[in-house]
Design a protein around this ligand. Structure first.
Ligand code: ADP
Ligand code: MG
Length: 685
C-alpha cells in the first residue's frame, strides 16, 4: 500500500493533466494525498422531511414519488420551465426546473427520488425549485463535500477518491496496535479511510471520524512525549552565585509578586542543578513576561553561561534587544542581536564572537537556529511567544548546547481543559496578576457606518497625545471586500489625519522597512499605525491607547485578544474597536466574548467551545499535524483518550522497531523529525 500512496496523482484513472494541476492547488499530488484529503462537510440525505415540514426552510431533503410525466412550457424571457408532479405520501407538489430538461425528464413516473433544496408554498401548491436529485436506490445517504478550487468540483473530487479507494488492496493494513483499538473502541484504519469519504450512515461516519481524529492527537501526544523525554535530562550547568535579587535594582519598576514568584520558581529549578529546567511561563498579554525572562537570564549569564532568547519576528527580537540593553546597562554583561536582515559580514562577525563566548546574551529570530550560529557554552534557552514556533524549532535551539535550561513563554492562554494535555510534563509558572495601575480595555463592536465616528474618537485620543493602531486583514486592494493596509489612508483617513503622522506596516515590506516604521511609531513620531497582524505578537508601545480592527470577523478570539493586548500598556484608559458588518453567528459570538471579557483564560475556553480542539491546536501550535477534519468541542474527550493511550504506550517500553509500529514511527518522524539519535534507539521510552 505504501507504494500506492506514492503514486503520482496523474496516474489515477480519469485524472488528466488539467485536473492534476487543480488538485495540486489543493495540496494533492499523490494518490495517497487524495485518500487523505478528507471531506470538509457532508450532505446528509438520510433525514427526509415532508413538504409541509420543509416549507420555508433552506436545504431540505424530501423523499418523493413521481406522479406524472414531465411537462414543459415556455415562459417570459424565452426560458423553458419543466415541471414534475410528485408526492411525499401526504401532499402533492411540483418539482420545477428552468432551462434544464435533462434532470426532470430522467425522473420516471412511479419511481422514488430524494430531492434536496428549498421548499416554498406558491399559495396553490408546494414547489421545490431546481433541487438536487438522487435516485432512491443509491446505497448511501450521506455524501461528501470536499473543499474545492476553481476548475474542480466537489463531485469530481469524490469520483477521483472513489477510483483511488478501489485501487487499494481489499484490506488496508492497520496502523495502531490492536489493544488500543479495543480499549478505546476504535474502528479499523481500513474502515475509517473508506467511511470518512463514503459512509453508509451517520454511525459509520462517526466511527470513521473518531478514529482519524484520535490518530492525529495520538501521534501528537506521542511526539510530545518524546520531546519531553528529551528535555528531562541531567545537566552539568553549575550555578555558584545565586543572588538574583541584586538584579531587581537594575529594573525601572518594582516587580509584581507574581513576577517574583515565577522568577523564584525558575531559579529553584536552575539552582537545584540536577535536571535541566523545562518550564513554561504563561501569562496573558502585557503581564510582564520579559522582565521574568531577563531576571532568569541574568542568573545564568552572570555564572558564566550564555543565554539565547528567540523571538518569532524581527520586530519583536529587536524590541527584546532594546529592553534587555536597558535592563542590563549597568550589569557588565554583553548582549547582541542576530537576525536575518543583518548584513552578511556583520552577521559573520557576530556569530564568530558568539562562538568565542564574547556575548553573554544572544537575542534573535530563527536565525539563531541556523547552523552558522554556534555557542561556546549555552546555559539557557528562552523562547518567546512559544506558540509561534514548532516543537522542532525549539529542540533545534536546545541542541545547540549541552542540556541547557529552557524557559518557554506563551501569551496564548491554553484552556484549563487542555493545558495538562498540551503541556503535561512541563512545569508551569503563571503570571496571573495584572501590572500595577493597569485599567480594563474597553471594547466595542461597531458596524462600518459608525467608522467615521470611531475615527474621530481616535483623533481625539491622538490629540491628547496618545497613539493608535488600525489593523486590516489585507495588504493590497482585493476583490474580497477586505479593507487593505495600502489604500486605507487615502480612503478613510486623509480627511482626519495628516499623512506625515500615519505609517503603514505589513509582512511584504523588507525587514529594514518594517523596523524603520516601527521605530518611528515607538518614538512617537508616527501617531497612527495602519498594519496587518504583523504587530500581533508582543509589540509594546506604552503610549498606544486605541486599536481598531477592521474586518474583525476574519480573526479568531485568541488573535483578537492578542491584538487587543497591544494597547492598555500604561495607566491610561485604552480602547479596542472591532469593526465588522458580519451577521454570522460565529463571528458575533466571538465579538460577544471579546466585549464581555479581558481575561485571556476565560476567552481561550470560549474559543475552544467555538472551534473544537483540532482547530485550536492547528492554529495555536505550529508544527502540530493538521487533522484535515473539522473538530468540535465534543472531541475534547478524544484528545484525552489519545493522551492516555500515548502515555500507556510510552510507559510500556515497547520497541519502536517492531513491525506493528512501522506506521506510527514513520508518521512521528515526519511530523516531529524524531530521527536518528532522538528516536530512542528502538525503544519508545
Ligand atoms: P508580555 O507579558 O506581554 O510580554 P511585557 O513583558 O512586554 O509583557 O511587559 C509589558 C510592559 O509592562 C512593558 O513595558 C514592561 O516594561 C512593563 N512592565 C513589566 N513588569 C512591570 C512591573 N512590575 N511594573 C510596571 N511595569 C512593568
Ligand atoms: Mg512579550
Amino acid at each position: 500500500m505504501a507504494s500506492l500512496f506514492k503514486v503520482s496523482i496523474d496516474k489515477l484513472k480519469g485524472v488528466g493533466s488539467k485536473s492534476a494541476e487543480y488538485l495540486a492547488k489543493l495540496g494533492i499530488s499523490s494518490v495517497g494525498d487524495l485518500i487523505n484529503f478528507y471531506p470538509r462537510a457532508y450532505e446528509d440525505w438520510s433525514d427526509s422531511s415532508t413538504f409541509s415540514g420543509a416549507c420555508g426552510k433552506k436545504d431540505q431533503c424530501l423523499r418523493v414519488q413521481v406522479l406524472g410525466e414531465c411537462v414543459s412550457q415556455r415562459i417570459r424571457g424565452g426560458k423553458m420551465l419543466y415541471r414534475v408532479e410528485v408526492t411525499d405520501g401526504i401532499n402533492v407538489g411540483d418539482v420545477i426546473f428552468f432551462n434544464n430538461r435533462f434532470t426532470p425528464q430522467s425522473m420516471k413516473q412511479g419511481n422514488f427520488y430524494i430531492l434536496r433544496g428549498t421548499v416554498k408554498n406558491s399559495g396553490r401548491k408546494y414547489e421545490i425549485i431546481s433541487p438536487k436529485v438522487k435516485g432512491i436506490e443509491s446505497e448511501n445517504n450521506i455524501f461528501p463535500v470536499y473543499s474545492q478550487t476553481s476548475g474542480i468540483t466537489s463531485n469530481k473530487i469524490a469520483n477521483f477518491v472513489k477510483t483511488a479507494l478501489e485501487m487499494l488492496p481489499e484490506h488496508i493494513a492497520e496502523t495502531l496496535p490492536q489493544w488500543i483499538l479495543e480499549k478505546y473502541n476504535l474502528c479499523s484504519y481500513d474502515f475509517a479511510l473508506k467511511n470518512i469519504h463514503f459512509p453508509k450512515n451517520k454511525e459509520d461516519l462517526k466511527k470513521a471520524r473518531s478514529r482519524l481524529v484520535f490518530d492525529e492527537f495520538f501521534i501528537y501526544q506521542l511526539g510530545l512525549g518524546f520531546i519531553k523525554k528529551q528535555s528531562r535530562i541531567f545537566t552539568d550547568i553549575k550555578i555558584k552565585d545565586d543572588n538574583i535579587e541584586e538584579f531587581y535594582k537594575f529594573l525601572p519598576f518594582e516587580l509584581t509578586s507574581a513576577q517574583k514568584r515565577s522568577i523564584k520558581e525558575c531559579t529553584n529549578d536552575i539552582i537545584s542543578g540536577k535536571y535541566a529546567m523545562n518550564r513554561l511561563l504563561q501569562g496573558d498579554v502585557g503581564s510582564g513576561k520579559t522582565a521574568v525572562a531577563a531576571a532568569v537570564s541574568y542568573l545564568v549569564a552572570k555564572n558564566g553561561y550564555q543565554v539565547a532568547v528567540m523571538a518569532p519576528t524581527e520586530i519583536l527580537a529587536s524590541q527584546h534587544y532594546n529592553t534587555f540593553c536597558k535592563f542590563f546597562k549597568d550589569t557588565g554583561l554583553k548582549i547582541c542581536l542576530v537576525c536575518g536582515s543583518l548584513r552578511t559580514k556583520e552577521k559573520k562577525r557576530i556569530q564568530q564572537e558568539i562562538e568565542w563566548g564574547f556575548f553573554d546574551i544572544v537575542i534573535g529570530t530563527h536565525a539563531l537556529i541556523s547552523e552558522k550560529t554556534m555557542f561556546k557554552n549555552l546555559g539557557l534557552v528562552v523562547t518567546d511567544e512559544q506558540h509561534r514556533f514548532g516543537v522542532k524549532q525549539r529542540s533545534a535551539l536546545i541542541n545547540k548546547g549541552i542540556a541547557p535550561h529552557t524557559l518557554v513563554m506563551s501569551a496564548t492562554p491554553i484552556p484549563r481543559t487542555l493545558a495538562l494535555i498540551v503541556y503535561g510534563d512541563l512545569d508551569i509558572s503563571v503570571l496571573d496578576e495584572s501590572l500595577p495601575g493597569r485599567q480594563k480595555i474597553d471594547t466595542f463592536r461597531i458596524d462600518e457606518n459608525k467608522r467615521l465616528r470611531a475615527l474621530n474618537f481616535i483623533k481625539g485620543i491622538v490629540d491628547e497625545g496618545g497613539q493608535a493602531y488600525i489593523v486590516c486583514a489585507g495588504i493590497e486592494e482585493n476583490e474580497n471586500d477586505i479593507i487593505d493596509v495600502e489604500t486605507y489612508y487615502d480612503k478613510m483617513l486623509s480627511d482626519i489625519f495628516e499623512e506625515k503622522d500615519v505609517g503603514i506596516l505589513h509582512g511584504k515590506m523588507s525587514p529594514n522597512e518594517k523596523d524603520e516604521v516601527m521605530a518611528r511609531f515607538i518614538e512617537g513620531k508616527l501617531k497612527v499605525l495602519i498594519s496587518t497582524t504583523v504587530i500581533e505578537v508582543g509589540v509594546d508601545v506604552a503610549n498606544a491607547r486605541v486599536i481598531m480592527i477592521e474586518n474583525a470577523e476574519r480573526f479568531g478570539i485568541s488573535q483578537l485578544h492578542q491584538l487587543r493586548g497591544r494597547v492598555g500598556r500604561s495607566d491610561k484608559k485604552s480602547y479596542c474597536i472591532l469593526v465588522s458588518n458580519s451577521k454570522s453567528r460565529d463571528a458575533n459570538q466571538r465579538f460577544g466574548a471579546m466585549t464581555s471579557s479581558n481575561d485571556g483564560f476565560y476567552l481561550s475556553e470560549e474559543d475552544l467551545k467555538l472551534r473544537g480542539p483540532g482547530d485550536f491546536f492547528g492554529t495555536n501550535q505550529h508544527g502540530v499535524p493538521n487533522i484535515g477534519i473539522p473538530t468540535k468541542y465534543e472531541d475534547v474527550y478524544l484528545v484525552k483518550q489519545a493522551q492516555d493511550a500515548a502515555a500507556e504506550l510510552l510507559g510500556s517500553g515497547a520497541p519502536l522497531e517492531a513491525p506493528e509500529f512501522k506506521f506510527i514511527k514513520n508518521k512521528l518522524s515526519k511530523s516531529f523529525e524524531l530521527n536518528g539519535e532522538n528516536s530512542g534507539k528502538g525503544v519508545i521510552f
